[in-house]
Every structure is written in C-alpha cells, then in structure tokens.
Design a protein around this ligand. Sequence first.
Ligand SMILES: [Zn+2]
Length: 410
Amino acid sequence: MDVLESIFTRALNLELPWNITKIEFTESEGKIKIFIDFSRGSVFQCPKCKKEVKAYDTTEKQWRHLNFFQYACYLVVRVPRTDCTEDGILQVEVPWARDTADFTFLFESFVMTLCREMPVNKVSQIIKVDDNKLWRMMNYYTEVARKLEDYSGVSRIGIDETARTKGHNYVSLFVDLQDKRTIFVVEGKGAEAVAEFKKDFTEHNGIPENITDASIDMSPAFIKGVEDNFPRAEITFDKFHIMKIINKAVDEVRKAEAKEQDILRGQKYLFLKNRETLTDTQKDILKAIESMPRLNLKTVRAYHIRENFQGIYQEETRGEFEQALKKWYFWAMHSRIEVIKEAAKTIKRHWHGVIQWYDSKVSNGILEGLNSLVQAAKAKARGYRTFKNLKTIIYMLTGKLDYSKVGLPI
Ligand SMILES: [Zn+2]
C-alpha cells in the first residue's frame, strides 16, 4: 500500500476485509475515485441472520463521499453478496453507508447540517446533487429518528397554528413546553389536528391522561379538540394570543381615529409595542401625543388599557392577579370604545383559562420562538413542493431529534 492509500484507509476508517486498491484523480471532471475491494476468501455476515458466509458474487457500487479539497470524492466498491442457506442471496451491509443510498453516512451528515443552515435548493446547487435526492434523504432520516422518539414524559403541551403559505393552508404545531421541542406537525388546524396529534402521541408512548396543561389560543376548535382528547388537561389561554386580540382592537381604534387625527397616521407599531421597547423617536412622539389631553384620543386610552393588561401579569398572588384582571375588565367595559369592549368580552368568556395562567405559568412564548424558526424553515425549504418536505425541515430545526441514533454522526 502506498502512502496515499494508507492515508485514505485511515481517513475512511476502513478495516479488514476492506482495502483500497486504487485511487484515481480525474482533473478535468474534478473527481477523485477511491476503489475499494476485499481480500480473497473473506467471510461476510448474512444481513438477515448474521451468520458468516463466503462471498457468492459481487456488484460494483458507488457512493458519493465528502469532498477531498476541491475534488468530489466517490467510493467505488466491489460489494459482495452472500448466499445464505436460510435467507438466499443478499447484498452485504457496508460500514460507511446505507446500501440503498447514493451517499456515505458522513456525506449525508454534512448535507443535513448544510440544509439546516441554508435553503435546500442552494445546497443542491453547491454540492451538485438533485434536490429531490436531498429531500428523500432528509425525509428518510427524519422519519426513522421520529419513530424512536418517546413522549411518555410529556405533560405540558402548547398548540399553535401557522399559515403554510399566504392563503388558507395551515400547519398546526404541537410543542412539548418542558423540553421546548416540536413533537408533532400536521397539515390543517382545529379539533381534527388535535385528534391526529393524540393518535401520534399515543404511538410514541405518550399518555393522554398525563397531559395536565395545554396552552392554546381562544379558538373554539382548539378548545373542543383539547377537551375531547385530553380530558385532564387544564386549558391556559396564552398571553401572546390574548395580546394579539387586544392589539387588533388597539389598531382598529387608531386606524379609525387617524382619519381625523393626522398625528396618528403611520404610527401603527407605536401603539402595538411596549413602552420600553419603543425607539427614542417613538418615545418622543408618544410623549407628545400623551401630553395633549385636550385631544382626548381614544387611541391613547386604548393604549393605556393595553398597557394595564400587561401589568396584570406582574401580580404576585393568584388573588391579586384575578383582582387586577377584574379591575381591568371594569375599566375596559367603561372605556366607551366599542372594539375594546368586544376584546374585554372575549376575555371574560374565557375567564377560567386566562386565570389558569397564574397556576400553570405555561406560555406559548416558546412557541413564538419556535414559530420564528418555522418561518426560517419555510425559507430554508424554499421550493419544498410537498407538505412532507416542509414537515421534515420543521422537525430538523425544532424537533431536537437524535439523528445519531439512526447512524448519522451529527
Ligand atoms: Zn442468513
């Protein structure tokens, strides 16, 4: 064996009976081919019963491997088949790849890592591999990694829906609030999505009766879904979703009022942000608007009601929390602003689940974070074509799946 062959033997971690017989550079194609063979008379395990048998015949197979400098590297291997008395003629397993794959494990790991960081079609261009092949590989590993997931310890879940595209396609996400990971992704939304989650959850050793808390928005479909499928779960209406309702009301007030008050035009986000997070310019504008009491702007009153609602979440005891919420409700109902009253009524109708936050302290805040990852996933999966692909990339980014369990060293 020459020096180069021995370097590659070590780099590839090749063990007997495998050995390198030839290394071929094709400068013009930018390729390097490493030819691998086995010593004569070697025995191999039958892939089924693991009994040791001699090689029956061979076929040549090729696997793409990690680049060697600028060269695309391929392993060209004489792969033996065994003829086991029990199982018949079968191709033996090789240590560097799945037999049906076109890539080695290391190359697959590398590609999976790239696809987490950049759009899949871009990865496809860089490594010059058709993106359908990349998707097939990612779908395969994600599916087998998910099969091994165990949800027996999950007790607090969050549910959220996100638009798949602009339009009416929805994706529902089910999140383990403790481990901060997505445990189920399904097309559609509402009660049916929850039922599908329950089925999958049970298949992964999840125990529906162990779910003590579910954090959801106030959509009747999710409420029904949780009540039907997770009877012991206390529903918490997530603060982020309640804020969405209040923000929508505040914005409607501002929009209507801006027709007569120029000062409110173009200030949508000023009134939808917390005071501390405003920019300096926004702070100045807000101060100016607030110091003009003669205007008696509904928008300012609505903003103060919004601000007060957030303050409720700082209360120390459950009693104080509920007391503050009651006060807030009274104020909102006497605001003489119709849309604010509507928002307050919605909260009143869901009183128990709003208060429940104090005990459960669960929040979809994690989900908001995951949601932005999901948006990123959609971007990375640009041209994902099928829902299956989108699902895969969401799991890859937010599912915390253990790919090392399925043979990938990532
Ligand atoms: Zn056998």
